[in-house]
Write a protein that binds this ligand. Structure first.
Ligand SMILES: Nc1ncnc2c1ncn2[C@@H]1O[C@H](COP(=O)(O)OP(=O)(O)OP(=O)(O)O)[C@@H](O)[C@H]1O
Ligand SMILES: [Mg+2]
Length: 341
């Protein structure tokens, strides 16, 4: 086994007409890990995945995947990866068994080996009873299990999963992720894209993408520790009004209501955020102010400016790649030629 990165990309960019869908992305993805792309619609997740598997030629940049230089060696890479597309891409008119037999034939598995492998996959992904059912009539969760079975049929060491559980309920999503960790246990590497925080939290490492840029990278715990903002939860009457007055302050990055509480992100430069907030006239009505631990969603809001409705200022003291060190969360520097809303 080697510890060379499974995926290495430098300065990866892709332009569609005037639009730069992916803009100078650097990636280094360790083998035998789950790496996530977390980002909103249109941030470039699918475009990046398609470049990393050799389906789309980059406008600029260098890519090495499992030791193969892309796009030149895309053909050699093909048999060593599995790709679960964002949209269901198996045949809806074929049954579960027919779909898997078809995939086995595409990979040239001899009939006896194909039969054994398909039986094994039906067992692993609880599809035995669904063998004769048409794929088009399966539930969202069943389809995803079939898609994962198909993507792993030829035992690829590297898997690309593009929003694999977008139509799956929480329980099935949890089961799906258990399967992913089983695959890691067999030595596989997985790149998964998502816009669900709970999925992102399960990754070993992740990159937060926005508008084709990497805004932050690290393990979920590192990202939360290096977030560069304080998180307060407050209670009291008229929270909608409190929210609008607080978000008007330059020290407040965002505020979002959760039931009867308001979650307020305050810039890190405020030393004592609870004392600071308590002293504000806008906060006089509040009955409770507490500092709480950051969540991944807070990290996302802080480094993308999503949900705030206002631009995210460059923040003094925001950790940069150099300050954070190689093992820490690396939050890319905001405001460097960024085009934020
Ligand atoms: N073939 C294409 N031609 C033109 N523009 C494209 C093409 N593919 C993607 N884009 C544009 O590139 C940007 C990134 O798209 P991409 O599909 O990579 O986003 P995404 O992060 O996967 O979004 P989603 O979460 O909705 O799947 C979008 O603005 C999209 O419109
Ligand atoms: Mg996509």
């Amino acid at each position: 086994m080697t510890d060379a990165p499974a995926i290495l990309a430098r300065g990866l960019s892709r332009r569609f007409g005037d639009q730069l869908a992916v803009d100078g992305l650097d990636l280094e993805i360790a083998p035998r890990s789950i790496y996530g792309f977390l980002g909103p619609n249109g941030c470039g997740k699918t475009t990046t995945v398609r470049m990393l598997i050799g389906l789309l030629t980059p406008s600029a940049g260098e890519i090495t995947v499992l030791g193969h230089r892309l796009p030149a060696e895309a053909e050699q890479l093909k048999r060593r990866i599995g790709y679960m597309t964002q949209k269901f891409s198996l045949y809806e008119d074929l049954t579960v068994l027919e779909n898997l037999r078809f995939v086995a034939s595409v990979y040239g598995l001899p009939p006896r080996e194909a039969r054994a492998r398909i039986a094994e996959l039906l067992d692993i992904y609880a599809l035995e009873r669904l063998g004769p059912q048409r794929a088009g009539s399966m539930s969202g969760g069943q389809r995803q299990r079939l898609s994962l079975a198909a993507a792993t049929l030829h035992r690829p060491p590297l898997l690309f999963l593009d929003e694999p559980t977008s139509a799956v309920d929480p329980e099935n999503r949890r089961d799906f992720w258990e399967h992913l960790f089983d695959l890691i246990d067999t030595g596989a590497t997985i790149l998964v894209s998502t816009h669900y925080m709970d999925e992102a939290e399960r990754c070993h490492r992740l990159a937060i993408l926005e508008a084709g840029h990497k805004r932050a990278e690290g393990s979920p715990a590192e990202l939360m520790a290096a977030m560069g903002a304080h998180v307060l939860e407050v209670e009291g009457p008229n929270l909608r009004r409190v929210k609008s007055t607080l978000t008007a302050l330059p020290e407040v990055l965002s505020a979002a209501q959760l039931g009867s509480r308001l979650r307020v992100l305050v810039r890190e430069r405020i030393d004592q955020p609870v004392t600071w907030l308590r002293a504000l006239p806008q906060a006089r009505v509040l009955t409770e102010i507490a500092q709480v631990r950051p969540s991944l969603e807070d990290v996302f809001v802080t480094c993308t400016g999503q949900q705030t409705g206002q631009p995210t200022e460059p923040e003094a003291g925001h950790p940069t790649e150099h300050e954070a060190g190689p093992d820490s969360a690396t939050v890319s520097e905001p405001g460097r030629g960024d085009t934020r809303p």
